[in-house]
Design a protein around this ligand. Structure first.
Ligand SMILES: Cc1cc2nc3c(=O)[nH]c(=O)nc-3n(C[C@H](O)[C@H](O)[C@H](O)COP(=O)(O)OP(=O)(O)OC[C@H]3O[C@@H](n4cnc5c(N)ncnc54)[C@H](O)[C@@H]3O)c2cc1C
Length: 406
């Protein structure tokens, strides 16, 4: 691919410079053969940092920019053979993970839009009785594989069985949680069935015209939101992190069809010796209803005590921006955002956090956002329902005191 500047058409207006997220465009004085010359025309120059994202092309009113793409690839399979929306129903020790219910809610919308079945793929051992919960959350069918080897997660076995199911049943869409389990084997499945995978999507939709899955996620360091399509391969595969979509209330009257699949599985190359659960006395931000989160504005690690004090009164978890985590003030267990946890609490209190896009993608779907920042122009106020302009060193102890007394 390449970006061509058609010099005869370029007027040097500079509109495209504003559209470039990477600052790769500049205006220079050039003569007719393109050599630098102080007297001649101003034209746009592209430097080596351009990664051909194409954001500049539509801003040019003079059609002076052209992105040359390689020839359109042709579909690798008969697309019409692929039907149904699949959700990988992740269970741990027989407990279906919330992210799977969230994906079933979104999957239901997608299946209705495509007028097709929503299928939950359920792998494990002695899990049949749990399948009903998947119907309650929107599945029309459950594809069940119950086998002793699947009792504890094993990447080889899960990849083998899931890839075989995809080859046999040909779903048009496969969704899975962006959990440690999903991240481990779902990309391997995508490779086996020769298709693409969009990781950590923050939005999924069906394109009205082409009926393709629109997979939206932050790209280029979170500077832009990219919508990715998979037009020539099937299934269209995506992972989504916990709390990105909302789980709907279960409808216990819903019923569906269980399809049992046999599995010819042998013990894999690895063997699980022991399972050790993460032990922590702190409330996990990913699960909390209230989060008090701190950023670089705290000014030092000791100031996190102000947040822990307030969190204690509210029964809240303590979150953090990457700024605070990178400064070594608190562990990455607490980090909220693109490279941390995605959260969706009832109340999110952001203290001394500027509101960088990479932080916002992890918390902006919170029901209510309160921001405390001494800079009235801080971008966090753009997403906040309530904003307090002031010094957190004064405001936080005041809030804690009022709650303690109340
Ligand atoms: C690829 C990539 C991934 C990233 N992932 C994440 C991520 O997952 N999560 C994340 O958070 N960031 C992430 N970042 C970093 C992000 O871009 C920001 O740098 C970071 O969020 C800034 O943290 P901050 O808001 O704490 O610090 P700053 O941007 O420095 O903001 C500090 C704020 O505190 C305010 N302040 C200062 N003193 C006080 C006071 N006494 N009282 C009240 N307010 C005060 C200031 O006005 C300022 O607004 C990522 C960046 C990249 C490139």
């Amino acid at each position: 691919m390449s970006l061509e500047i058609i010099q005869d058409k370029c007027t040097g207006c500079g509109l495209c410079l504003k559209a470039c997220p990477f600052g790769s465009l500049s205006l220079e004085m050039r003569d007719k053969v393109g050599a630098p010359h102080p007297k001649f025309k101003r034209i746009v120059m592209v430097d080596v940092s351009c990664n051909l994202c194409g954001a500049c092309v539509p801003t040019c009113k003079f059609e002076a920019m052209k992105l040359h793409r390689p020839d359109e690839p042709q579909p690798s399979v008969n697309l019409a053979d692929f039907k149904g929306i699949w959700v990988y129903a992740e269970q741990r020790e027989g407990v279906i993970q919330d992210v799977s219910f969230e994906l079933l809610s979104k999957g239901r919308e997608l299946a209705d839009a495509r007028q097709t079945d929503l299928v939950a793929v359920f792998l494990g051992h002695n899990i049949r009785e749990k399948a009903e919960e998947l119907f309650h959350h929107g599945a029309d069918k459950v594809l069940l594989v119950d086998h002793p080897v699947l009792g504890v997660f094993d990447s080889d076995a899960y990849t083998d069985i899931f890839a075989e199911l995809v080859k046999k049943h040909k779903p048009e869409v496969v969704l899975a949680g962006g959990t440690s389990v999903g991240r481990t084997f779902i990309p391997r499945v995508a490779i086996r069935v020769k298709t693409g995978l969009t990781a950590d999507c923050t939005g999924l939709d069906i394109d009205e015209k082409d009926k393709l899955l629109l997979q939206t996620r932050p790209a280029f360091g979170g500077n832009i939101m990219a919508t990715i399509i998979c037009p020539n391969h099937r299934p269209q595969m995506a992972t989504v992190r916990h709390k990105v979509f909302k789980k709907q209330k279960p409808d216990t009257a819903r019923k569906g069809q269980i399809i049992e699949e046999a599995a010819d599985l042998k013990a894999g190359r690895s063997k699980v010796v022991d399972v050790i659960h993460e032990m922590t006395n702190e409330i996990n931000v990913a699960e909390a209803d209230i989060i008090v989160s701190g950023g670089r504005g705290l000014g030092g690690p000791e100031k996190f005590q102000l947040l822990f004090d307030l969190a204690h009164e509210l029964g809240a978890a303590v979150g953090a921006s990457r700024g605070a985590v990178d400064a070594g003030w608190i562990s990455s267990f607490h980090q909220v955002g693109q490279t941390g946890k995605t959260v969706c609490p009832k109340l999110y209190i952001a203290c001394g956090i500027s509101g960088a896009i990479q932080h916002l993608v992890g918390m902006s779907s919170s029901d209510m956002i309160v921001a405390i920042n001494k800079d009235p122009a801080a971008p966090i106020f753009d997403v906040a329902d309530y904003g307090i302009v002031g010094d957190l060193n004064e405001i936080l102890p005041m809030l804690t005191k009022v709650l303690k007394e109340g």
